[in-house]
Design a protein around this ligand. Structure first.
Ligand code: GLY
Ligand code: MN
Ligand code: MN
Length: 488
C-alpha cells in the first residue's frame, strides 16, 4: 500500500477505535468478535464491583480548596475555566502518561484527564464544578470497546461520584459544559478529546499571569510537599551514586539516569524533568538529557535530578561528583570556585532581598575567579558591567528560578512580579551557579577543557532568612568525597 494511504487508514482506524458507538465495520485490529451480537450481549453483563477510589496526595483536596479561594478573590464576579489537558499521543494511538496542567493541579488537587474546572461567581466567592468524561463501565459498550476510557482496557477509573467525594467539588459530565462568552480560560486545552470543545476559544493571559503570581508564595502544605520531593531526591542521589562502578563498567550515563528514574518512579510519581547525567565532556552541557555516553572514572559526573510527587511538586537538585570518589586538583579548584559562588548566592536569599541579589552575588564571585585564572579578555569590572558580561561565556544560563509544581515555576508571572520583585517568605527557589568549560573551547587551557560543575540547592525564603531543603547533600568538595566514601 502507498505509504500516505497506509498512514491515513491507520489514523482513521485509530480514531474509530477510540470513538463510540462500535463501528459498523469492525477495525480488523480489534478483537474479531467485537461487532458480533453474541459477543456484545455476553460482554454487557456479569461484571462485579471494583475499587475506584482516586489515589491522591494527602491534604491535596483541602489545599486546592484554599488555592481556589485565593483565586476567587482576584477574579470576583468572573467565570473561570481551567483545563486539565490530555495525554499527548506518542505514536499513532499509543499515549504518553498523563500529566495534568500545573494550574489545574494547583486548583483541583488531582490529575483528572480531559477535565475542566469551572469557577462560577456567587455572592462572596465562586462555586467550583469539575466537568469530566465518565469512564466506560460494565453495562456500557465502551467498557470493552474504548481503549482510552473503557475500564477493561485501562483499569477501574474514578468517575463523577468518586471525584466529587475525593475533591469536595460538584462534578458534571464534560458533555454538559457550556461556558459564557466572557469566561476566562486557562490551562492546557487539547485539540482532541472531550475538552477540545473549547479549543477554539482564546485563553486569558491575565488569568495565567495571576495564577503564576499566586503560586509564587507556597503555603505550609506546599512546603511539606516540596520538602518531601527533595528528601526523596536526596535518597535518589545516593542510589544513583552507588551505581557509579556499574556505570563505569558497562551501563554508562544511561545506567545512572535509569537508576534515578526508577527511584523517582517508585518513590514518587516520576521525575520533574528529564534527568541530566553528564560525564566528562558532557558535564558542561546544560541540558545533557541524552545520556548516551560512557562514565569516565577519572572525570567529573554532573547529576541534575528531581523527584516529582503525585501532587506535582518537584525537586531540582544538582551535584557534581568525581566518579572516582576523589577530586583531582583541577576539578577541586573549579568545584571550590562554584561552591564559593553558591555560598554567596545562598547568603543573598532572604525576605525583602531583591530577586536579582543572589544572581549578582553568584556572578561576581565567578567573574573574579575567572579573572584570577586569566580566562577573561577584560578586567573584572568591565566583565561585570552591563556592556561586558564576558564571564557569561562560561555560564550562559541563569543561576536560579522559582520552584514548585513546575520545575521552572511561575513562568507566566510578569517581570515586575518575578525578576523585578523582592523575595517574600514562602517563596521557593533554586540557587544553581556553575562553570561550564566546554571540551572544544579553544580559549581555555587544556586542563580545563571538558570540566563542568554545577551546584544546585532548593531554598525556601523564611520570615527570618532562608532554609536549604537539599542540605542532606554536601556542597564542599571534602564533604562530597566523604559522602561518596560513606556510601561505598
Ligand atoms: N534541571 C533544570 C534546571 O536546573 O533548571
Ligand atoms: Mn536542575
Ligand atoms: Mn534548576
Amino acid at each position: 500500500m502507498h505509504a500516505e494511504v497506509a498512514t491515513a487508514t491507520a489514523t482513521a482506524a485509530a480514531a474509530a477505535a477510540r470513538s463510540m458507538p462500535l463501528p459498523e465495520e469492525p477495525d480488523p485490529r480489534m478483537p474479531r468478535l467485537a461487532g458480533s451480537p453474541g459477543f456484545r450481549e455476553f460482554m454487557l453483563q456479569g461484571w462485579g464491583e471494583a475499587d475506584r477510589t482516586p489515589v491522591m496526595a494527602d491534604g491535596a483536596a483541602e489545599a486546592a480548596a484554599r488555592h481556589r479561594d485565593r483565586l476567587s478573590v482576584a477574579f470576583s464576579g468572573e467565570v473561570l475555566a481551567i483545563v486539565a489537558g490530555r495525554a499527548p499521543m506518542r505514536v499513532n494511538d499509543n499515549a504518553h502518561e498523563f500529566r495534568a496542567d500545573s494550574d489545574f493541579l494547583w486548583l483541583a488537587g488531582a490529575a483528572v484527564e480531559d477535565a475542566v474546572l469551572v469557577l462560577e461567581p456567587r455572592a462572596g466567592g465562586h462555586d467550583a464544578t469539575l466537568y469530566l468524561p465518565a469512564p466506560f463501565r460494565p453495562g456500557d459498550e465502551g467498557f470493552f470497546a474504548d481503549p482510552l476510557r473503557g475500564e477493561l482496557w485501562v483499569g477501574p477509573m474514578p468517575g463523577l461520584a468518586e471525584w466529587a467525594d475525593a475533591l469536595g467539588v460538584r462534578t458534571r459530565p464534560i458533555e454538559a459544559l457550556e461556558l459564557p462568552g466572557g469566561a476566562l480560560i486557562a490551562g492546557t486545552v487539547p485539540t482532541t478529546g472531550p475538552s477540545a470543545i473549547i479549543a477554539a476559544r482564546p485563553r486569558s493571559a491575565e488569568l495565567a499571569r495571576v495564577l503564576a503570581e499566586l503560586r509564587m508564595v507556597k503555603d505550609d502544605w506546599e512546603l511539606a510537599e516540596l520538602g518531601a520531593a527533595v528528601d526523596t531526591t536526596v535518597d535518589g542521589f545516593a542510589a544513583t551514586a552507588l551505581e557509579i562502578p556499574n556505570a563505569v563498567r558497562r551501563g554508562g550515563e544511561r545506567w545512572l539516569q535509569g537508576t534515578f528514574d526508577r527511584h523517582a518512579r517508585t518513590f514518587g510519581a516520576g521525575t520533574g524533568y528529564a534527568s541530566i547525567v553528564g560525564s566528562g565532556a558532557h558535564a558542561p552541557v546544560l541540558h545533557w538529557v541524552r545520556a548516551e555516553g560512557a562514565v569516565d572514572p577519572e572525570a567529573l559526573l554532573l547529576l541534575d535530578l528531581g523527584v516529582e510527587r503525585r501532587s506535582g511538586y518537584t525537586a531540582d537538585v544538582t551535584r557534581t561528583l568525581p566518579a572516582s570518589g576523589t577530586f583531582s586538583t583541577v576539578q577541586r579548584e573549579v568545584h571550590d570556585l562554584v561552591e564559593a559562588s553558591h555560598r554567596a548566592g545562598l547568603a543573598a536569599v532572604g525576605p525583602g532581598r531583591d530577586w536579582t541579589d543572589f544572581h549578582t552575588a553568584c556572578m561576581e564571585v565567578l567573574a573574579r575567579g575567572l579573572a584570577d585564572w586569566g580566562l577573561l579578555p577584560v578586567s573584572v569590572d568591565e566583565a561585570l558591567s552591563p556592556q561586558g558580561q564576558q564571564h557569561r561565556r562560561f555560564i550562559v544560563c541563569g543561576v536560579g528560578h522559582h520552584l514548585g509544581i513546575d520545575v521552572h515555576d511561575c513562568s507566566s508571572a510578569s517581570h515586575a512580579a518575578y525578576q523585578g520583585a523582592r523575595m517574600q517568605p514562602g517563596m521557593v527557589l533554586t540557587v544553581e551557579p556553575g562553570l561550564y568549560f566546554h571540551a572544544f573551547d579553544e580559549t581555555l587551557p587544556p586542563e580545563l577543557r571538558g570540566v563542568g560543575v554545577r551546584l544546585e540547592d532548593d531554598v525556601v525564603v523564611t520570615p527570618t532568612g532562608s532554609e536549604v531543603l537539599s542540605n542532606g547533600l554536601p556542597i564542599d568538595a571534602a564533604g562530597v568525597e566523604a559522602w561518596m566514601a560513606r556510601l561505598r
